[in-house]
Every structure is written in C-alpha cells, then in structure tokens.
Design a protein around this ligand. Structure first.
Ligand SMILES: [Zn+2]
Length: 236
C-alpha cells in the first residue's frame, strides 16, 4: 500500500491530475478551487495544492480523494489506473514504447475531457440563456439543441472518467475518429470569436469615431448658437 502511494505521488503531480480531471489551470498554476464556490482562481496546483480561499491543502492523492469522494487508498488506485501507473513496474520501464503509447493515449483522453467539459459548460449556458419565457411563441433552437446534447456529453464524460481503461480508450478514440471532438472545438472557437466580436463592437459603440465626431459637431453647433447669443452686434 505504501508502495502504491509513493509510486503514484512520484509519478503524478496535483497539477497534472487537476488538468486531467478537467480543471483549467493557468500558466502560473492557478485554478478555480473545486472545493468551495470559487469564481476567480484561488487554488495553486503544483506538486501539491493549496487554496487561498478555503485553505484546503494536500498532495495529489488528497486532491483526488476529495474531488471524487474516495478514500486515500481508492484515490491512489484511481490515479494509478487513470495515469496508467503500475506500482510493480520498475522505473526503467518509463522509456519503453508501451509506456510512451500509454502516455499518448492519456493525452488524447485528457484532451477529450477538456473539450467536453468546455462544451458542457457552453451548453449549460445556452440552456439557461435561451430558455423559453411565457411570452415566447416558439422555443429557441439553441435551447432545444442544448437540452438534446447535454445528456450525451455527460455520458461521454462519465465514460472518460471511468476506472475501466478500455472504456476510456474506446470512448476517446470514437469521439476523435468520428470528428465529434473537432466539431465541438470548432463550435467553441466560433462562440469565443462571437463573444470577442460582441465585446469589440460594444466598445466601438461607446467610442465610435462617427459618434464622437457627431457629438463634437453638436457641441460646436451649440457653441455657435451661444456665440451668436453673446454677439454684441446681435445683442444690440
Ligand atoms: Zn477553496
């Protein structure tokens, strides 16, 4: 048991586990704490983790145990399984082709999870944003699509979080092969661009050159009027 603990801890950092389990980690290792209602990243993940908000801390096994509600031993087993760590594998095997192949497989799975988590978030937002109101005559297509797609996305995520490595492998391969992941990435990119464009056009509206010049000419006109008003010739 101690062997499993030390092997897992030396093989996986909390940061790697956090990313693998779908948390978005910034370049400086900050992420939104999954253990309290955290809107701005207040958890630092590295070898270990520490939350500046709720002060939760520990190593990769503590992190995984708390995240999935497991005992420390179960968490160590899950990590060993998810990261394809065999506690009986001697260190030199690290460079073997099989090990490399497994590492690649892990990357594919992690990539699928990241895309699915983002996509699920997008769908949840759309479901909320475009939900029908009493006055709506017809329901928004985006609301219907989100309702349709959400259960399947959840199912795929469950498969990718499964303790069964074969199921994870198959799911990741299927989703990649049939272009599902690519389509979701395209949609996410599109949505991101739209949000960016909306933001730029909003700020354009606030200070568009034409509006600014119009405002300026209105001001000038006002000045002219008041100028006439104080014109001594007119006043006289
Ligand atoms: Zn926290």
């Amino acid at each position: 048991m101690r062997n499993l603990f030390t092997t897992v801890k030396s093989a996986v950092t909390t940061r790697q586990a956090a990313e693998y389990y779908g948390l978005k980690v910034s370049r400086n290792g900050m992420t939104c704490c999954p253990f309290h209602d955290d809107r701005h990243p207040s958890m630092k993940v590295d070898e270990r983790f520490y939350c500046f908000g709720c002060h939760e801390t520990g190593d990769v096994i503590d992190f995984t145990a708390k995240l999935f509600g497991l005992t420390a031993y179960e968490a160590a087993q899950k990590l060993a399984c998810d990261f394809h760590i065999d506690p009986n594998t001697p260190a030199p095997a690290a460079a073997s082709p099989l090990r490399r192949q497994l590492a690649r497989q892990r990357d594919v799975e992690a990539h699928c999870i990241r895309v699915l988590v983002d996509y699920e978030y997008l769908l949840k937002r759309q479901k909320e944003q475009f939900a029908p109101s009493i006055t709506d005559e017809s329901w928004d297509e985006r609301f219907m699509n989100a309702c349709d797609a959400l259960p399947l996305v959840g199912y795929h995520l469950d498969c990718l979080y499964s303790p069964d490595p074969e199921l994870r492998k198959e799911t990741a391969e299927d989703l990649t092969r049939d272009g599902t992941i690519q389509r979701m990435e395209d949609e996410l990119r599109l949505e991101k661009n739209e949000v960016r464009q909306r933001r730029t056009s909003d700020s354009d509206c606030l200070q568009s050159p034409s509006e600014a010049s119009e405002r300026r000419s209105r001001l000038m006109a006002g000045k002219e009027v008041s100028g006439h008003g104080t014109d001594p010739a007119r006043a006289a």
